[in-house]
Design a binder for this molecule. Structure first.
Ligand code: TMP
Length: 397
């Protein structure tokens, strides 16, 4: 049974940065209710009423995985590692973005699935790409075209975005070779609970998976979780290794440990989520109190990184341009636009990080180390960061 434990209120699409804030644009801005629930049977945490994916993954999708050096290197490394471990002949990626992962394999051995047409267009030039949503029907089509029997399916930060898990996993089972492996990377629920990082909940994260929920769900579709790795990406993620129930892989010790740890932290109990919800509420109050106190002292506050996560924070906490002067972001595509729902101007850090700034809210808290290294001058001259993860705090190191 699904029980709602957290209400993050009316939210816009996290990635719907606005070109302008005229009346007409604002009248048409789309909002939905972001309520999060827990399934007491299979332990799955999900958005109560997900947004229709056709509204989200359009031909204007902004995120390009290759833009981050950290992510580019991470994908290169995992591609190498997976190739060495499984020696796959046929590889498919669900949610291939701009091909940052698949580029590391022989072009003829890969198939890309990417519903955002602007992104699919990039990889079509390089290898076989289907600009479609992943489902059972598409897996049937591939099998008919003699492109079935896939040895390795990879999907990073995508499976958690697809509302229909039944279609997803039935399609995967259908197309996977006998000893094929599917590798899924997604944010870790345990990390969200431990870090109080409620901003991992936004429209695209329909699910925030735990090991125990993945383990339960895939069983229904003849699949088995046999290994796991913990990653530092996106504020803490898990990489799940899955095969067919009868596949040749043995369950690893580290998988058993991960499951034990989640049970220890009670990820299978509704009480855990109700307590989390209280902490989230407190975090909102503390962040607002802190920022308002700084404003009464005439301090200038900006935000660092126009992230999807900060869309949730700003809209939930009702933080707008009365509190935050502007947001800085290195992405050219975001500069000059306005944040979804709260309409704060986004500018380049070259202009925005200047001597007038007293405080910068860490919208991109998951890149804290990188940012602190880069902004040493800001810190040395007395500039301070504000974070809400794991607690609302002013940071100078
Ligand atoms: P994401 O966490 O939603 O993927 O986005 C991170 C955003 O933060 C992305 O738009 C780039 C921005 N960013 C900066 O502006 N400066 C930085 O130093 C880093 C690491 C990220």
């Amino acid at each position: 049974m699904n029980k709602v434990f957290l209400n993050l209120g009316k939210q816009p699409l996290a990635n719907s940065f606005l070109k302008n804030v005229d009346k007409n644009t604002l009248r048409n801005e789309f909002f939905y209710n972001l309520k999060i629930c827990f399934n007491t049977k299979n332990y799955l945490v999900s958005i109560k009423k997900p947004v229709n994916p056709k509204k989200q993954y359009t031909d204007k999708y902004a995120h390009r995985a290759s833009e981050s050096k950290t992510m580019k290197l991470a994908f290169k490394n995992i591609a190498k590692k997976l190739f060495k471990r499984f020696r796959p002949k046929k590889i498919m990626e669900i949610g291939s973005n701009d091909g940052v992962f698949l580029k590391n394999f022989k072009k003829k051995s890969v198939i890309a699935i990417e519903p955002c047409k602007n992104l699919a267009k990039i990889t079509k030039r390089l290898f076989r790409t289907y600009d479609k949503f992943w489902n059972l029907k598409l897996s049937d089509k591939l099998i008919k075209e003699k492109r079935g029997e896939i040895d390795l399916i990879f999907s990073a930060n995508t499976i958690s975005h697809i509302p229909d898990l039944k279609e997803t996993f039935r399609g995967i089972y259908n197309i996977l070779s006998k000893d094929g492996v599917i590798v899924i990377e997604d944010p870790s629920l345990l990390k969200v609970i431990q870090n109080n990082s409620y901003d991992q909940f936004y429209d695209e994260h329909v699910y925030v998976f735990s090991t125990i929920s993945i383990n339960n769900i895939i069983r229904e579709f003849g699949l088995r979780l046999f290994d796991i790795e913990h990653l530092s990406t996106h504020g803490g993620s898990n990489r799940y290794y899955i095969c067919k129930e009868e596949g040749k892989y043995k369950n690893t010790l580290r998988l058993k440990k991960a499951i034990k740890k989640e049970i220890y932290f009670k990820l299978h109990k509704i009480e855990t989520y109700l307590k989390f919800s209280k902490r989230v509420n407190l975090s909102k109050k503390r962040l607002l109190t802190l920022m308002k106190r700084l404003k009464t002292k005439n301090k200038k506050i900006i935000s660092y990184g126009a992230t999807y996560k900060s869309t949730t924070v700003f809209n939930y906490c009702k933080i707008n341009s009365k509190i935050i002067d502007y947001v800085t972001d290195t992405t050219l595509n975001k500069q000059g636009k306005f944040t979804p729902g709260t309409h704060i101007k986004i500018i380049s850090p070259n202009v925005g990080i200047n001597n007038q700034v007293d405080y910068a809210f860490l919208g991109a808290w998951n890149f804290k180390k990188e940012i602190f290294r880069k902004e040493r001058n800001f810190l040395v001259r007395g500039g301070r960061f504000i974070t809400h993860v794991p607690k609302v705090k002013i940071l100078n190191k």
